[in-house]
Ligand binder design. Structure first.
Ligand SMILES: C[S@@+](CC[C@H](N)C(=O)[O-])C[C@H]1O[C@@H](n2cnc3c(N)ncnc32)[C@H](O)[C@@H]1O
Length: 353
């Protein structure tokens, strides 16, 4: 019976995260309030009813959350952990939680959080073995136990369902920029695929010999990912593409305006990393999908300084309107990925492919 929900987010996006969870909760008839602090990289939603947090974990789909990186239902703040024995109070708090399969120790995505990585490593083994000894970890469970340290003596402890939460600690995937990749931006598309395309569907949805269009492609970080999956790519950008990528023979470079470009033949993937007005990008992507110029699309929406959640909703509504008019059914999701900054990534997939 837990009414506190811990939500990790990108620092600076606490208001968006709070607005999102409050709106979705209200849609389920769950009311409460959010505790937020600017740049803290987390939000606490406190529901009015005793089990509200667990109801939200059950009834909302994690995959649909935009600004939430990871979430778990937790017991109220533990603020007086003795620094010479943090383990005992953490074990006591576990009595309010279900048995879990595994324990993850997390910090928030701030400089203070990073400074606690030593503590995280130090406590992980002894806490895990103390929990095993008490029978608090069970191999058959489908829940995950989370401990987030805010300081050396302050923590939140709780649980998440493993099939409805992020697989990564704090919701942050550890991806490495490949040495030969033309830009760091390459990780945005790789992370998007990890998030939007289930691992067991990569072979047929990211298959060799598929065709793709990359709008705003230069210098080629996203094209690199498509080429790595053995696809053939039309890369559209006035800027120069990395030479090594062009030498693969899989890329055709078009020095054209991405908003005016039309494919000669239908492609499986459209990807777009053009930083322009979000609604302009949304309109263009919806047109591609509506006209069946592509089967799936990944695109970035650069967010304004204010009303960022509202802006994503406005773009989503516009896309839905265009696709409804065209009678096209899709799956559509947005996510502020770890490698996104002032932006969110969208994904659309036609249901008829
Ligand atoms: C963030 S960069 C893309 C980085 C790329 N995805 C990568 O991974 O290397 C944005 C690109 O969009 C291009 N761009 C901006 N407006 C464009 C337009 N109207 N048509 C095509 N490209 C455009 C810019 O030239 C720039 O190269």
């Amino acid at each position: 019976m837990l009414n506190h929900l811990f939500l990790h987010c990108r620092p600076g996006f606490e208001k968006e995260c709070a607005a999102e969870i409050s709106e979705l909760a209200a849609g389920l008839g769950i009311f409460g309030f959010c505790k937020t602090k600017d740049q803290s990289a987390f939000v606490i939603f406190i529901g009015n009813e005793a089990d509200d947090a667990e109801t939200l974990l059950q009834q909302l789909k994690f995959q649909q959350l935009i600004f939430v990186r990871q979430w778990f239902a937790c017991v109220p703040f533990l603020d007086k952990l003795p620094t010479d024995n943090r383990i005992t109070p953490l074990l006591e708090a576990c009595t309010e939680l279900p048995l879990c399969k595994e324990l993850v120790i997390e910090t928030v995505d701030t400089n203070d959080g990073k400074a606690l990585s030593g503590l995280r490593k130090k406590i992980e083994k002894p806490l895990t073995s103390a929990m095993k000894k008490k029978g608090l970890l069970r191999g058959k469970s489908t829940s995950r136990l989370h401990v987030v340290f805010l300081t050396g003596s302050e923590a939140y402890i709780g649980w998440s369902p493993m099939n409805n939460s992020a697989v990564y600690s704090s919701g942050i995937p550890r991806l490495k920029v490949p040495r030969e990749a033309p830009s760091r931006a390459t990780l945005k598309l790789e992370e998007a695929w990890h998030h939007f395309v289930p691992a067991d569907e990569w072979d047929h949805r990211l298959a060799g010999s598929m065709r793709a269009v990359d709008l705003g492609a230069a210098p080629g970080g996203w094209t690199y990912q498509l080429v790595r999956r053995s696809m053939f790519v039309d890369a559209v950008d006035n800027g120069p593409m990395q030479e090594a990528l062009m030498e693969t023979g899989q890329v055709t470079h078009h020095k054209l305006d991405g908003f005016a470009y039309k494919p000669k033949k239908r492609v499986h993937w459209l990807v777009c990393d053009i930083a322009d007005k979000p609604i302009r990008v949304a309109n263009m992507i919806a047109t591609w999908v509506a006209k069946n110029w592509c089967g799936e699309a990944v695109f970035n929406l650069k967010l304004p300084m204010k009303q960022r959640y509202a802006e994503v909703q406005k773009c989503a509504a516009k896309i839905e309107e265009i696709l409804a008019d065209a009678g096209v059914e899709v799956e559509m999701n947005f996510k502020q990925l770890y490698h996104d900054r002032e932006e969110v990534t969208g994904h659309i997939r036609r249901r008829d492919i």
